[in-house]
Design a binder for this molecule. Structure first.
Ligand code: B12
Ligand code: SF4
Length: 466
């Protein structure tokens, strides 16, 4: 006999349906709560969006999770929906927890809304819930293929960077001594891949033995790949480079490091990348996190970007969204310089933010695909054949630019055309592009010579001329 009916709610966050079960957006906090309540023999249902349960009519408790502060509207929208359906707080308690709730716990507006809807706010990590293995069975069914587990092998971060909320959500650093007991139930369910949500994985004093444990599990084929969502702490990495070969043996893929501070720090970052490369990581699979729309201005961020181009690593550009920010209506194609739609740092303009984002995106494509330049027209191969495409990739910038009016070179600082106004002009290729390409004898000669001399795979083609 169930004593309580618990409804667990993930608000209708703007996550595309296809990404709902992606490793970035599983409501992991709610899955732990589900196990915790099941253990007490309570009936539990998970709702993703605004719907009523078909398992029970009146929930005794509704647990609503929250994520980014700028998604707070979705949280209150869910609260309103459920409070309207279950108006009596003595019959149905509603609690809101998770990241936004923890970061805004003391905030007046948050408190006011909690009072208005008779909501109990909950701050931070719930120790009593943490020990329960997330109820992946709720999201794992024939339509959804979850083959990974989300893990925290540590909580907190001691660095306390001013723009970051982690040390407010998880104020105390706590590291696990071993990992097998945390993951073994998941391994039995076939969840072989491990996604670490730690803020600072390397800071755990037991990280070495955890990596060794993982390396053994990997050798025994009990686990697949591992990934750390946050970057590895570069300063710890430099002090303990021997962790990187262990990381590799443990099956960590796509290593990430952060370069949040000035351009002048590039030699340090270069050393960190070198350590990763020396342990067998391909630069293409290394990502450098960079916060922008922050203290460092556009010019300096561009210099940092170009350094990453020289290293041929990927950039993950993190637009600064302050912890106080309760909305974000950023639209990549729209001019939003008035600053009402999303946060713009006084050092930046909307056009610079969008330009930097675009530059990073184009550069990442070039690094990944070994291209010397980028052209959106080249991305959409509808205008020419595969051979034309390869010919264009082979010739000098100057020659290619004759055919590709939007050709862009990563190695140069690219400002927006107007610092105060963002505009995006659609670029059209010359009408008869294929014919023009065929008519260019020199380009055909370069291509033929290349094909004759270099029996390489197509994806290895880089710009050869000049
Ligand atoms: C992993 C992570 C990501 C992942 C996954 C996010 C996710 N789904 O959680 C990815 C890579 C997608 C990501 C992306 C970004 N992130 Co992030 N991320 C994190 C990180 C490190 C952990 C988040 C986490 O653990 N989630 C899982 C939580 C919810 O589960 P849990 O902890 O096990 O849940 C416990 C409690 O929270 C509680 N609980 C949870 N829900 C509920 C509900 C109830 C009712 C109760 C009682 C309890 C409860 O109980 C659980 C058990 O103890 C946090 C930092 C941090 N330490 O929180 C930053 C963080 C959330 N990210 C942040 C940022 C800025 C970003 C980016 C915007 C970066 C960027 N500029 O590109 C992007 C956003 C992209 C986008 N789509 O908008 C900021 C948020 C700032 C803000 N203003 O909100 C944070 C706080 C880090 C920071 N720099 O300050 N991120
Ligand atoms: S090192 Fe990273 S996780 Fe730690 S406080 Fe700084 S930004 Fe946050």
């Amino acid at each position: 006999m169930y004593q309580k009916n618990i409804l667990l709610v993930e608000p209708d966050f703007p996550i595309p349906t296809k990404s709902k079960n992606h490793k970035n957006f599983l409501p992991i906090g709610l899955l732990k709560l589900a196990s915790y309540y099941r253990n007490q023999n309570f009936e539990v249902d998970l709702i993703r969006g605004k719907k009523l349960s078909d398992k029970f009519i009146t929930p005794s408790l509704i647990e609503i999770t929250s994520l980014f502060t700028y998604w707070s509207d979705y949280v209150w929208d869910a609260v309103k929906f459920y409070r309207e359906h279950f108006p009596d707080p003595d019959v149905t308690e509603i609690r809101v927890g998770g990241i936004y709730a923890s970061l805004h716990f003391e905030n007046q507006d948050f408190r006011y809304k909690c009072k208005k809807y008779h909501v109990t706010p909950v701050k931070g990590v719930q120790e009593e819930v943490e020990n329960f293995f997330p109820a992946y069975d709720i999201v794992k069914n024939s339509d959804n293929h979850v083959d990974y587990q989300i893990i925290h092998s540590s909580r907190g971060c001691f660095r306390k960077c001013s723009f970051c909320g982690t040390w407010k959500i998880e104020p105390e650093f706590k590291g696990k001594k071993e990992i097998t007991s945390t993951i073994e139930s998941g391994l039995q369910m076939g969840l072989k891949n491990l996604v670490f949500y730690d803020n600072n994985l390397f800071y755990n004093p037991f990280i070495e033995s955890i990596l060794k444990e993982l390396a053994i599990l990997r050798k025994e084929r009990k686990i697949g790949w591992c990934e750390s969502q946050s970057g590895f702490d570069g300063r710890v990495l430099l002090q303990k480079p021997h962790l990187v070969p262990l990381l590799k043996k443990a099956g960590f893929r796509y290593p990430r490091i952060a370069w949040d501070w000035g351009y002048d720090q590039w030699p340090e970052i270069e050393k960190q990348i070198r350590i990763l490369v020396d342990s067998g990581y391909n630069p293409k699979n290394i990502t450098v996190f960079m916060i922008y729309n922050w203290k460092l201005d556009f010019e300096e961020m561009e210099q940092k970007r170009i350094k990453c181009w020289e290293w041929k690593v990927q950039i993950s550009d993190c637009r600064n969204r302050p912890l106080e920010q309760l909305h974000d209506h950023y639209k990549p194609l729209k001019d939003q310089n008035h600053g009402n739609d999303y946060y713009i740092n006084p050092n930046w303009t909307d056009a610079e933010i969008k330009q930097f984002r675009q530059n990073v995106r184009r550069q990442n494509i070039c690094s990944r695909q070994n291209l010397a330049f980028h052209s959106k027209l080249l991305e959409h191969k509808k205008h020419f054949t595969k051979e034309h495409y390869n010919r264009l990739k082979l010739v000098s910038f100057g020659r290619a630019a004759k055919f590709l009016p939007d050709l862009w070179i990563p190695s140069k600082v690219t400002h927006p055309q107007n610092r105060d106004k963002w505009s995006v002009k659609p670029v059209e290729p010359p009408k008869n592009l294929a014919e023009l390409l065929d008519a260019d004898q020199e380009m055909r000669d370069i291509w033929n010579e290349f094909v004759e001399q270099t029996p390489v795979k197509e994806e290895q083609i880089v710009c050869l001329e000049n």
